[in-house]
Structure formats: structure tokens, C-alpha cells
Write a protein of this length. Structure first.
Lengths: 143, 138
């Protein structure tokens, strides 16, 4: 069960979201990142690759995960957040994916500024069949 | 045809620095790609992974990862970030090859990247692991 953000504890489920990854979003991501590799954009080219069709950029799936972290930790994710993930399956344009996360530990770190509470979370993004497109672990300072 | 850099680069090889300053048009494209009703208001700031993605594009190009029949898979990514970055703020990315091994004909390469602001203060780091196949066709 979700608790209020001020009462986060081990077991707290981050508020994920569902996103339809359209080819238009992939095209926009190509413009944003500068990565116009044809495996993401050219259906004829992509048909001859190991995937047999166009795939979204791996970093797009990671961006969805970090969007969830930015929503959940708006004041700390961008200032002290860390993330380590593996990409395990490509997102195919037209798929709806769902981000997820859960706090698995909260540690207190003592430094020159005092005591900092840091949450460790499992995070990821699932494809429609329930497999992970990306999964890993994030650490985020708590306010 | 010359071999792509991924085939010849040794551990310690340095990349960049790349100018990964993100202009407003690219920030808007990122919002169109990722954003939704629940998205936070970034204001004049960027999602750090956008800067990382811009650096990765430069690395992919320099390594020749999609040239001459090569196929690359983005296998893993680490990111850490120290502070918010504003749209248009000067950021440079400097990379270093930290591993480059061949197993069963596939290259496994990891590149660590440091991001610095105009004052040369580090604002973030990343590490990218890539698997490259298809070198037998070279």
C-alpha cells in the first residue's frame, strides 16, 4: 500500500505510469538525443536487423524510468540521484509500457552536512507482456 | 575500409570532450518524446539523462558502432547527477574506455563519462556498456 510521500518507508511503491511509445515519440527522441540511427527510424533498414523491426532507443526507456523518479523525488533526484540499470528487451513502437519502483532500503549517511537519508529503490519499465525492457536500482536522497 | 574504433581502441582511450549543451529545441523534443500528463514541470531545467543521451550519441558516432554491418546493443547504463542543469547551459562530456573485451566474437565495451560545467566542476557521471556484434563481416 502506498503511504504519503512524507512517510516513505521500505516497501513504499513508487507511483509508476503507463506510456504508449509511438513512432512519433521515437522520432522526437531521435531529435532530442541526436541519435538518428536507422534502427530506430527506418523500417526497411530495421527489418534486416536482429530485431526485425524498428525499436525505441534504450535511453528512451531509461528516460521513462527517470521521469518516474523525478515525479516521486522532485527536489532530490536531479541533485544527488544515482541509477544503474540493464536493458533487457527493446521497446517496439506501438507498445504501452509501465514504469514501476519500490523502496527496498533507507540508509542514513553521516557527512559534514549532517545526517542524510538515502532511499534505495528497485526500478524498471515493463513491456505489455510483463517482461522488463529496463530494470535496475536507484538511490535518491530523501528530503 | 578502415576498422571502426571499437575494434582497435584500447582501455584508457579518451573520447571528447564533447559539447553536450542542450538547446531549447532539443529540450522540447525530449518533452514530446517522454512527457505525459503526470510529468513534472522542469521549468528551465533538463532531465540529466538527456545530457547523457547526447553524449552517448557522440560516443556511438566516434566508435563507429553502426558502420559496416556492425550492430550494437545498449546493455547497461549508470548515471549519477550532482545538480540541476539549465536549458542552454554549457556542459562538456569527456569519456574514457574502461573495458573492451572480446567474448565469442562479440565486443563488450564500457565507457565512463564525466560531465563538467563552464567552471569545470563535475556535475555528473555516467557509464555505458555496449555489446557489438557483426565484426566478422569487416
Amino acid at each position: 500500500m502506498n503511504q504519503g510521500k512524507s512517510e516513505r518507508a521500505v516497501g513504499y511503491a513508487l507511483i509508476g505510469f503507463e506510456r504508449l511509445v509511438t513512432q512519433d515519440r521515437v522520432n522526437a527522441y531521435a531529435d532530442a538525443s541526436g541519435d538518428h540511427n536507422p534502427i530506430h527510424l527506418d523500417e526497411a533498414y530495421a527489418a534486416a536487423t536482429q530485431f526485425g523491426t524498428r525499436i525505441a532507443h534504450g535511453m528512451l526507456s531509461l528516460a521513462l524510468v527517470t521521469e518516474m523518479l523525478a515525479i516521486e523525488f522532485p527536489n532530490t533526484w536531479h541533485s544527488g540521484g544515482k541509477l544503474k540499470v540493464r536493458f533487457t528487451a527493446p521497446i517496439i513502437p506501438g507498445e504501452s509500457v509501465t514504469t514501476y519502483g519500490e523502496i527496498t532500503a533507507i540508509d542514513e549517511i553521516h557527512d559534514e552536512k549532517g545526517i542524510l537519508r538515502v532511499a534505495t529503490c528497485i526500478v524498471g519499465c515493463k513491456k505489455p507482456d510483463g517482461t522488463d525492457a529496463v530494470s535496475g536500482r536507484a538511490t535518491v536522497p530523501l528530503e | 575500409m578502415a576498422s571502426p574504433l571499437i575494434s582497435t581502441a584500447v582501455v584508457g582511450h579518451e573520447f571528447g570532450p564533447y559539447d553536450v549543451t542542450i538547446p531549447v529545441e532539443r529540450a522540447r523534443a525530449y518533452a514530446a518524446a517522454i512527457g505525459g500528463d503526470e510529468s513534472p514541470d522542469y521549468g528551465n531545467h533538463l532531465a540529466p539523462v538527456m545530457v547523457v543521451a547526447a553524449a552517448l550519441t557522440e560516443l556511438i558516432n566516434d566508435l563507429g558502432l553502426f558502420s559496416g554491418g556492425l550492430q550494437a546493443v545498449h546493455a547497461g547504463q549508470e548515471v549519477s547527477w550532482e545538480r540541476r542543469i539549465e536549458i542552454g547551459e554549457k556542459v562538456d562530456a569527456s569519456g574514457r574506455l574502461v573495458s573492451n573485451s572480446v567474448r565469442r566474437g562479440n565486443h563488450f565495451a564500457t565507457i565512463a563519462v564525466s560531465y563538467t560545467d563552464a567552471g569545470r566542476t563535475e556535475v555528473g557521471t555516467s557509464s555505458t556498456t555496449i555489446i557489438v556484434t557483426g565484426e566478422q563481416s569487416q
